[in-house]
Ligand binder design. Structure first.
Ligand code: BG6
Length: 479
C-alpha cells in the first residue's frame, strides 16, 4: 500500500483548464492508490463566486471526462475533501480568509499543518500571490511548498524578476517549478536505463556518439490557446523548458546519483556549459517555421486561428543545433526540434552512434531511440527494432512487459514528489538562468527580422530548412 501523505492544497486558478484536465484527475488517482486518503483537503480559489457544491460538481464532471470506468461512490467520497473560496489575488483580506479556512481544514482532516500552494493561474499573478502568502502569514509550521506552472518568465530578465518576487516569500528549497516532461515515465527512467546498461553508458560520450536528436512533434495546432501562444511561440513554449530538461536527463554525468541537490548540481554544470550563440551565428544554428493550411487547404493556417494576429510572425516550429562545452560532449551536436501541426505526435530521443562502437561489437552507426510518447509506444529501439529483438548487448529495458502500462501520469508522479519533498523532477533557478540566456539570443535575433511565414504545410514534417540544418554537417534526422 502507498504511504499516505497529508496536506491542505490551496489551488490558485481552481476553475481553470489545467486544474480540471490535469490536477483533479491526478489527485483522484492518488486518492485511489492511497497516497491521499483521509488527511488531505483542497481549497480551490478563483474569482468566480462559486459554492462548494458547484465546485464539487465541476470536479465530478472533469473526473468523468478524464477517467474511464470511474466509480461514482469514489467520486462522492473524494469531492468531500474539496472546498471553494472566491478570491481576488490583490485583496489582502481574502488571504486572511483563506488562512482561516486552511487552519480549520487542518483540524478537520488532521493534515499536520502541511501546505501545498499551487499556482495554476496566469503567470502575471505568481509574484503577487507569493508575496501575499508571506505577508498575510499563511505559512505554517508544517511544510510549505510553492508549486509554479510554466511559463517561468518569457526571457531571462522577466524570469529573474519573477524569481526575486517569489524568493521573498519562499526559499529555493520550498519552490517546485513544474516542467511536466520531467514527470513522464521515460524521461524519469533515462538515468536508470543508463545506470543499468553499462555498455550503453560507456559509449554515451563524444568518442562514440555522432549526434543526438530530440524531437517533440505535435499534430495538434494551437487550438484555443492562440492568445497565449502569440506571446510565446515554440521556442519559449517547448525548447527553453521541455527540450532542455530532456537533454539534461540524458547528458549529465553520473546517472547513478539520485539525490536531488546533487542531480541539480550536475544539470546546472551542463546547462552552464551551453555554447551561447551570437546574433551572427543564430541563422546557421537555428531555423523557425509557422504552419500553413494542409495540402488540401482544409485546415486553418496559424494566422487564421482564433486570437492570432493575421500577420503574426510567431514561430510554431523551431529546429536547432546546440552544443555543450563539457568534456563528455565536446563537439557532439544536439539537434532539437519541436513543432505544431506536424504529421504525428511523437516525443523521442534518437542517439546516433558513429563507427567506433564496433569496438564493442555493436554495428556502426547504430541508432538507439528512446520513445517518450505516445505512451502506448514508450519503448526503446535499436536500429528501429524493439529492445527485445534488437541488440541486447547494448541495451536491455524494461524488465516487465507491462512496465509502461502501469506508469503514472506525469502530474500524478509530480504531486507525489511534491508531497514527499523530492525535487529531482523540478527545475532549479540556476538551470533556468542558463537556458533563458541561451534562448534570449535566438529570440532577439528572430524578433529583429521579418520571417517568410507561413513556410510549412500542416500535417507534414515541418519546413525543409530543418533538413538543411543537419545536411550542412552531413547528418540527417532519424525521424
Ligand atoms: C505544454 C505546451 O507545455 O506542452 C503545449 O504549452 C504543448 O503547447 C504541451 O502542447 C505538450 O505536452 P504533451 O505532454 O502533450 O507532449
Amino acid at each position: 500500500m502507498s504511504e499516505e501523505k497529508s496536506a491542505v492544497f490551496i489551488i490558485f486558478g481552481a476553475s481553470g483548464d489545467l486544474a480540471h484536465r490535469k490536477l483533479y484527475p491526478a489527485l483522484f488517482r492518488l486518492y485511489k492508490s492511497g497516497y491521499l486518503k483521509d488527511h488531505f483537503a483542497v481549497i480551490g480559489t478563483a474569482r468566480r463566486p462559486w459554492t462548494d457544491d458547484y465546485f464539487r460538481e465541476t470536479i465530478e464532471e472533469s473526473l468523468n471526462n478524464e477517467i474511464k470506468n470511474i466509480n461514482s461512490n469514489d467520486i462522492s467520497e473524494f469531492v468531500k475533501h474539496f472546498f471553494y473560496m472566491s478570491h481576488d489575488v490583490n485583496d489582502a483580506a481574502h488571504y486572511i480568509a483563506l488562512k482561516e479556512l486552511a487552519a480549520s481544514l487542518d483540524d478537520q482532516f488532521e493534515t499536520n499543518s502541511n501546505r501545498v500552494y499551487y499556482m495554476a493561474i496566469a503567470p502575471r499573478f505568481f509574484g503577487t500571490v507569493a508575496e501575499h502568502i508571506n505577508s498575510e502569514g499563511l505559512k505554517t509550521e508544517g511544510f510549505n511548498r510553492l508549486v509554479i506552472e510554466k511559463p517561468f518568465g518569457r526571457d531571462y530578465a522577466s524570469a529573474e524578476e519573477l524569481n526575486n518576487d517569489i524568493s521573498q516569500a519562499f526559499t529555493e528549497e520550498e519552490i517546485y517549478r513544474i516542467d511536466h516532461y520531467l514527470g513522464k515515465k521515460m524521461v524519469q527512467e533515462i538515468a536508470n536505463i543508463r545506470e543499468k546498461n553499462t555498455t550503453f553508458e560507456k559509449i554515451l560520450n563524444n568518442k562514440y556518439v555522432s549526434n543526438i536528436q530530440v524531437t517533440l512533434a505535435e499534430s495538434l495546432g494551437v487550438e484555443e490557446r492562440g492568445g497565449y501562444y502569440e506571446t510565446s511561440g515554440v521556442l519559449r513554449d517547448m525548447v527553453q523548458n521541455h527540450i532542455m530538461q530532456i537533454i539534461g536527463s540524458l547528458a549529465v554525468d553520473h546517472p547513478e546519483i539520485k539525490k536531488d541537490s546533487e542531480v541539480h548540481e550536475l544539470k546546472n554544470e551542463l546547462f552552464a556549459s551551453l555554447k551561447i550563440l551570437t546574433p551572427e551565428t543564430v541563422d546557421d544554428n537555428f531555423i523557425r517555421g509557422q504552419y500553413d493550411t494542409d495540402e488540401k487547404g482544409q485546415m486553418k493556417a496559424y494566422r487564421q486561428e482564433d486570437n492570432v494576429d493575421p500577420n503574426s510572425n510567431i514561430d510554431t516550429y523551431a529546429a536547432g543545433k546546440m552544443e555543450f562545452a563539457i568534456d563528455r560532449w565536446e563537439n557532439v551536436p544536439f539537434y532539437v526540434r519541436s513543432g505544431k501541426r506536424l504529421v504525428d505526435k511523437s516525443s523521442r530521443i534518437d542517439i546516433v552512434f558513429n563507427d567506433k562502437v564496433t569496438e564493442f561489437g555493436i554495428d556502426a552507426n547504430t541508432v538507439v531511440t528512446l520513445y517518450i510518447e505516445p505512451s502506448e509506444g514508450s519503448n526503446i529501439q535499436v536500429n528501429g527494432k524493439d529492445y527485445l529483438e534488437g541488440d541486447q548487448n547494448l541495451i536491455k529495458f524494461p524488465e516487465q512487459a507491462d512496465y509502461f502500462d502501469n506508469a503514472r501520469e506525469a502530474y500524478e508522479s509530480l504531486i507525489i514528489d511534491i508531497l514527499s519533498g523530492n525535487k529531482v523532477n523540478f527545475t532549479f533557478w540556476n538551470e533556468l538562468q542558463s537556458t533563458w540566456k541561451y534562448i534570449d539570443v535566438i529570440r532577439q535575433k528572430w524578433d529583429s527580422e521579418e520571417p517568410d511565414f507561413p513556410n510549412y504545410l500542416s500535417m507534414t514534417r515541418g519546413p525543409a530548412l530543418s533538413d538543411l540544418l543537419l545536411a550542412q554537417d552531413n547528418n540527417k534526422w532519424v525521424w
